[in-house]
Design a protein. Structure first.
Length: 149
C-alpha cells in the first residue's frame, strides 16, 4: 500500500474514531499531495519517496511552529502542533540512531574515498540520497563534518 493510499484510508478511520487532530492532519497531507500531483511539470503520480519528502517537510514546519508557540507561551497551540507532528511521524520511516548514522556515513566516506573536509560535498551528495527520510539533513551534515575533521 502506497503512502498516499495509507493517508486516504486513515481519513475515514479518523472520522469514525472522532480524532479531530488526526483527521485535520490527514486532510492537510492529502491536500498537499494533491497539489504536488497537479502542479505544472508533474506527471500526476506521486511516488512514495516524494510523499515521504512532503511529510518530512510538513513535520519540520510543524516542529518549528511548535517551538515558536512555546517561546511565546502559547501552550494550547504548542500542544496542537506537537499532536499534528506526532501524526505526521507515523507515516515517516524510522530515524537512524546516532550509531547507525555514524556507521552509514563511514561506509559512504569509504565508498567515495573522502579524506578531508574538502570532500564534504561528494559525501553529502551521496549521503543525502541514500539516507533520505532516515535522518535529518542537519544531523547528516554535522556528523560528516565531525568524521572528516
Amino acid at each position: 500500500m502506497t503512502l498516499e493510499e495509507q493517508v486516504n484510508k486513515g481519513i475515514p478511520e479518523a472520522m469514525k474514531s472522532q480524532d479531530k487532530v488526526k483527521l485535520n492532519t490527514l486532510r492537510n497531507i492529502k491536500k498537499v499531495f494533491l497539489e504536488a500531483k497537479t502542479k505544472p511539470g508533474s506527471n500526476g503520480v506521486l511516488t512514495d519517496e516524494e510523499a515521504v519528502a512532503i511529510i518530512q517537510k510538513l513535520a519540520k514546519q510543524g516542529s518549528e511552529s511548535a517551538n515558536i508557540y512555546k517561546e511565546q507561551g502559547r501552550t494550547d497551540l504548542y500542544e496542537e502542533e506537537n499532536a499534528q507532528v506526532a501524526v505526521l511521524q507515523t507515516f515517516l520511516p524510522k530515524q537512524l540512531s546516532d550509531e547507525q548514522l555514524t556507521k552509514a556515513l563511514k561506509e559512504i566516506i569509504a565508498e567515495v574515498g573522502a579524506t578531508s573536509a574538502k570532500d564534504m560535498g561528494k559525501v553529502m551528495g551521496v549521503a543525502t540520497k541514500q539516507l533520505a527520510g532516515k535522518s535529518d539533513g542537519k544531523a547528516i551534515s554535522a556528523k560528516v563534518k565531525e568524521l572528516l575533521a
